[in-house]
Design a protein around this ligand. Structure first.
Ligand SMILES: NC(=O)c1ccc[n+]([C@@H]2O[C@H](COP(=O)([O-])OP(=O)(O)OC[C@H]3O[C@@H](n4cnc5c(N)ncnc54)[C@H](OP(=O)(O)O)[C@@H]3O)[C@@H](O)[C@H]2O)c1
Length: 328
């Protein structure tokens, strides 16, 4: 084990800094993972901005990143597995480093045949979309509406719903140009929200009934439009607020339809809960990961020395799928 490692830090300016720091010990209950590839998330941009002292941020230095894939290099006190050498993927704050100490419950094995660049881009999408479907009471044979479906987690959501036996998957994007991509990953119907009324379109597709379950990544008035597009006793789960957090909803649509509305934000889960959500997703979806029914779409890959460009790409909101960094 080396003594020094490369790691990406925020808190000094508008961009990450590549630093050399001591390799950490895993600590009780943790495993130390030699990371080989890591993936960016929305939270990386907002946390970096909040810490940027040149723009009124805290200036507090922090090790960046959440998602990673690599192999187990050491076990902390009280940890019996996964064995050293096991290929794992997972999520923890501070993953953009060569060695990542992580709660042993927050890693799962990388399915056979999957490379690290693909694996590192999966944990957030899998746990978020499978966790949201589970919390929404999803059952095979149900019709699902997924808003903001071209988002990187939304694309995983479409594939996960398909793999778990959804009857009809309706996916939304703002522009019709991305309809073909959504059909490729498993959507039966695509609604381009710049061109069609979301509620009317979904009611038209479902014979006036509405869908059983909504996974909403958009929030705002898109969330409001999902309520009357959901069948009696159905569920609406809010995952993201790509548009905005505030919405004006029609309580009649909620009450007359006896809807259940839930919110999920798995980054704010307790450690044992997050472990259960991640392992639940991995258990349910390993067959689909093995045969390629569920895959992360990779937008672009950079080295650690290209981290600033990777962050620019994230901020541009032009990425389609995940942005990955290979770890030196
Ligand atoms: N709850 C959780 O635990 C959890 C976990 C991960 C992510 N999230 C949230 O889920 C959302 C998606 O995350 P992501 O990283 O996958 O996003 P992403 O890949 O950056 O999503 C980009 C896509 O979002 C759509 N979009 C952007 N702005 C929009 C707007 N104003 N209205 C409607 N659609 C818009 C665009 O699709 P079109 O141009 O095709 O419309 C764009 O291609 C974010 O809000 C994120 O914070 C939540």
């Amino acid at each position: 084990m080396p003594e020094i490692m490369a790691a990406l830090y925020g808190g000094a300016g508008p961009e990450w800094e590549l630093r050399e720091v001591p390799v950490p010990e895993p600590g009780p209950g943790r495993v130390l993972v030699r990371a080989r590839a890591v993936a960016l998330n929305h939270a990386d941009a907002s946390v970096l901005a909040t810490a940027d002292p040149t723009a009124g941020g805290t200036g507090a230095p922090y090790l960046a990143g959440y998602e990673f894939a690599g192999e187990v290099a050491a076990l902390g006190e009280g940890v019996t597995g996964p064995e050293v050498g096991t290929r794992v993927m997972g999520t923890t704050p501070g993953s953009f480093a060569q060695y990542v100490p992580v709660d042993h419950r927050h890693v799962v094995p990388v399915p056979e045949g999957l490379g690290y660049e693909q694996a590192c881009a999966l944990p957030t999408g899998l746990l978020t979309e499978h966790g949201a479907l589970t919390r929404g009471g999803f059952e095979s044979g149900q019709a699902v509406l997924i808003t903001g479906a071209t988002s990187s987690v939304g694309l995983i959501g479409v594939q996960v719903a398909r793999a778990l036996g959804a009857s009809t998957i309706i996916a939304t994007t703002r522009s019709a140009a991305r309809g073909a991509l959504l059909r490729d990953v498993g959507a039966d119907e695509v609604v381009a929200t710049a061109e069609a009324d979301l509620t009317d379109a979904v009611l038209g597709i479902t014979g006036g009934e509405g869908v059983d379950l909504v996974l909403d990544h958009v929030g705002g008035q898109t969330f409001a439009a999902c309520l009357p597009a959901t069948r009696v006793d159905g569920s609406v789960v809010n995952i993201g607020r790509l548009d905005r957090a505030a919405a004006t909803i029609d309580l009649d649509a909620l009450s007359y339809r006896h809807l259940r509305v839930r919110g999920v934000s798995f980054g704010f889960s307790r450690p044992a809960e997050l472990g259960a959500v991640l392992s639940g997703a991995a258990d349910a979806l390993t067959p689909a990961l093995l045969d390629g029914r569920v895959r992360a779409l990779i937008d672009s890959t950079y080295g650690f020395d290209g981290a600033t460009e990777a962050m620019r790409r994230l901020r541009s909101h032009r990425a389609l799928g995940k942005i990955v960094l290979t770890v030196p």
